[in-house]
Design a binder for this molecule. Structure first.
Ligand code: SF4
Length: 304
């Protein structure tokens, strides 16, 4: 984490919900404008390695896009996505759940109205758009409670629809074996084709129940590129899948080339003896995410 106070908030002068709302606003805007260093490095390496001239040109355009967005404070892509937060709460952080949820919602609304941002969030039947990027159960918020720590970590991901629309779930059985798991993941990536704006990060959730598998797939794409799973079996699966996906030749934007995926991340849970759920979610090349650590005294440290 790099140390920096959230703009406009001095230590101890703002109530925590206001500090959190301001941090949520800053993170939403930063995730849309500045890509995490690991994503930039992975794209640069992919560009250096790529053998297809057209794919090299596409990757070079993406790198230029990132540079221009950062230099001029512009969005990397027009899609402001669905705001997704992951909140990691240390045991000793003074935690008021309803106030925290309200603060995250307020932060998203402020970012949307003040910037202003396009509102990408609407009612699923009437398609009514409140123009705030918030609504019933949005932002999406997931919690993790930690044994230690007196801080709260806020992770923000504006999930673009091109990538999120390409989400897949299959309730496999033990008889399908590891081969069935790999086949389903490869088929999902091929079915998605160019729609999730490759090169992608492939998030895989393995085991649990249907909903837990999908949650784990989302969890997998929070992980920075270049950090394999701690479990050697899962790390091996990640490496094998990455090689197989890049061997398909789908390439950047699905137009051919060596670089279809920048990484495959797998997260797992134990499951029922008669089932083996597999969920796949994809993250587009802009790899948007931003994080901050908030201390009880109102200090905010910004991370990647
Ligand atoms: S999927 Fe494509 S269009 Fe959507 S946010 Fe990502 S790069 Fe932009």
């Amino acid at each position: 984490m790099r140390s920096a106070e959230t703009e406009g908030s001095a230590i101890g002068t703002e109530p925590l919900p206001e500090v959190i709302a301001e941090a949520a606003k800053v993170l939403y805007l930063r995730a849309l404008k500045v890509l995490p260093p690991d994503v930039k490095v992975a794209l640069a390496h992919a560009h250096a390695r790529e053998t297809s001239p057209r794919a090299r040109e596409i990757l070079a355009t993406m790198l230029k896009n990132i540079e221009v967005a950062e230099a001029h404070g512009l969005l990397v892509c027009q899609d402001t996505g669905i705001p997704v937060f992951k909140v990691r709460v240390g045991r000793r952080f003074p935690f008021d759940g309803p106030a925290l949820l309200a603060a995250l919602t307020r932060g998203v609304q402020q970012a949307t109205v003040e910037h202003p941002l396009r509102s990408s969030v609407c009612h699923p039947i009437t398609r009514e758009n409140p123009q705030t990027n918030t609504g019933l159960r949005i932002p999406v918020v997931d919690f993790e409670f930690l044994e230690g720590g007196d801080w709260l970590e806020l992770r923000m991901m504006p999930k673009g629809s091109g990538a999120e629309n390409q989400s897949f779930l299959k309730m496999l059985t033990p008889a399908d074996g590891l081969g069935g798991v790999k086949r389903f993941i490869l088929e999902s990536v091929l079915e998605a084709g160019g729609k999730p704006c490759p090169p992608i990060v492939v998030g895989v959730g393995l085991g649990g129940t249907a909903d837990l598998a999908m949650k784990l797939a989302k969890e997998a794409i929070w992980r920075p590129i270049g950090e394999p799973n701690d479990d050697p079996d899962l790390a091996k699966l990640e490496a094998e899948l990455l090689e197989a996906i890049n061997a398909t030749g789908l390439g950047p934007m699905g137009l051919g080339g060596d670089t279809t995926a920048l990484a495959v991340h797998v997260e797992a849970a134990y499951t029922h003896i008669t089932q083996n759920p597999v969920a796949v979610t994809l993250q587009c090349w802009r790899g948007e995410r931003a994080s901050a650590r908030i201390h009880p005294d109102g200090r905010v440290e910004h991370g990647d």
